[in-house]
Design a protein around this ligand. Structure first.
Ligand SMILES: Cc1cc2nc3c(=O)[nH]c(=O)nc-3n(C[C@H](O)[C@H](O)[C@H](O)COP(=O)(O)OP(=O)(O)OC[C@H]3O[C@@H](n4cnc5c(N)ncnc54)[C@H](O)[C@@H]3O)c2cc1C
Length: 389
């Protein structure tokens, strides 16, 4: 991009996509401002662990000049995976995965690394976007709950599932997938709950029956994050659980798993008071829009998908990298956006389709059989080609 044609860039949302974009642009001398609705950096826990893929999430961090930081926060030792039947039988264990190429990274650590890499004035906290007002000259003003900012030539929506930027380019809204996760956490497992630490091992476990399932992942600092998974109407969790009363919510959750082997009930019993519902939504596979000069989307704002493929954050960070690289490559930034969008629509269709299929088969009437088949073929392919993950 020629230096006289640098657009004034607003990025809405300081998640992995927005921060990666701001960082890569900044490294290459292009300024941007990130507007984030949360009032400060530690306003809410950022969620569980993510596996960063070599060809996407890790690539973007390296392109952002953060290879050393990645090496510091990556937990290669936590890539194991086990599948249990609900009666407690261990169906498959892939414990020897520490040399894999998809290390786990805690979301908070990832956000900290990206934030620390940016100039201090880059992120404006407590700026919740309400709407975008196009001005007559092709630029845009951002209207927040309190005040407004502008004008900007380019507004990038990196504001996640319920993006307030998306309506400018697309009429689609994410649809409920039919799956509700009840999230719970267990602290200090190695010291306080050694039997749970042994059950989970170094990585994650899945437990499945025909109507319920559970995924429990080891995070950093000896913390576990669990998801109890249900195929239920959207209103079910709110009507069934009193989330304002953690003791009651915990007991209700245990009751949902009656008949399962005791170690899995013990997992719920050991959970802390942070028990919250997550309703899994997705945009249609192949979601795209007609290019509109001055507005685009990255990450979940563009293509939120069910989390089963583990691609959400990886695609989000790759979007950011590719958008930045196109902006750097083309003299005309408008052309750069068109190229980014066309490539991104084509790239994301496959992972979105896989994630939709995984969501559709989760809690099938076959119990753990489909997952077992999938894990076995995955392991066989890895062994045959001598690759990890
Ligand atoms: C339960 C669950 C488990 C998951 N597990 C995985 C996994 O294992 N692996 C994986 O790859 N992905 C996983 N995902 C998906 C992953 O979390 C997302 O794909 C990823 O966070 C997308 O990053 P993003 O930057 O696009 O959006 P987000 O992470 O959602 O960030 C959006 C940011 O925008 C801000 N924002 C929102 N609205 C506004 C507004 N109006 N104004 C200003 N700021 C705003 C938000 O506060 C937030 O900081 C999971 C998702 C869920 C729900």
């Amino acid at each position: 991009m020629s230096m006289k044609d640098i657009p004034r860039i607003a990025i809405v949302g300081a998640g992995p996509a927005g921060l990666t974009l701001a960082r890569i642009l900044q490294v290459d001398g292009i300024p941007s401002t990130v507007f984030e609705s949360e009032p400060h950096v530690y306003f809410r826990p950022q969620g569980g662990t993510l596996d960063l893929h070599l060809e996407s999430g890790q690539l973007a961090l390296r392109r952002a000049g953060l290879a050393a930081e990645l090496a510091r926060i990556a937990r290669y030792e936590d890539q194991g995976s086990r599948l249990y039947a609900s009666d407690g039988r261990l169906l498959l264990a892939d414990d020897d995965a520490a040399d894999g190429e998809r290390p786990e990274v805690d979301r908070t650590a990832l956000r900290d690394v990206l934030l620390a890499s940016l100039r201090p004035d880059t992120v404006r906290w407590g700026k919740s976007l309400r709407e975008i007002e196009p001005r007559g000259d092709g630029t845009y003003d951002l209207v927040f709950d309190h005040g407004w900012e502008g004008p900007f030539d380019l507004v990038v929506g990196a504001d996640g599932t319920w993006s307030s930027v998306r309506p400018l380019v697309s009429a689609y809204r994410p649809q409920y997938s039919g799956l509700t996760f009840i999230e719970f956490g267990i602290d200090d497992i190695d010291r306080r709950h050694p039997e749970i630490s042994t059950l989970v091992g170094r990585g994650k476990i899945g437990v499945e029956s025909a109507a319920r399932s559970m995924i429990v992942q080891r995070n950093g600092n000896a913390h576990l994050r669990g998801y109890a998974i249900f195929r239920v109407p959207l209103s079910w969790a709110g009507q069934t659980f009193d989330f304002s009363n953690p003791a009651k919510a915990r007991d209700r959750l245990k009751a949902e798993f009656e008949g399962w082997a005791q170690p899995f009930i013990d997992l719920i019993q050991a959970s802390n008071d942070n028990i919250v519902p997550r309703y899994i939504h997705a945009l249609p596979v192949g979601h795209h829009w007609a290019n509109r000069i001055g507005v685009t989307l990255v990450g979940d704002a563009a293509h939120v998908m069910s989390p089963f493929g583990g691609e959400g954050v990886n695609m989000a960070m790759l979007d950011a990298m590719e958008l930045a690289e196109n902006l750097l490559e083309f003299d005309d930034w408008r052309k750069a956006i068109r190229r980014y969008e066309a490539d991104m629509f084509a790239r994301v269709a496959g992972p979105a389709s896989d994630a939709a299929e995984a969501a559709a088969t989760e809690l099938s009437h076959l119990g753990p059989e489909l997952t077992l088949m999938h894990m076995k073929s995955h392991l066989a392919a890895r062994t045959e080609f001598g690759i990890r993950n």
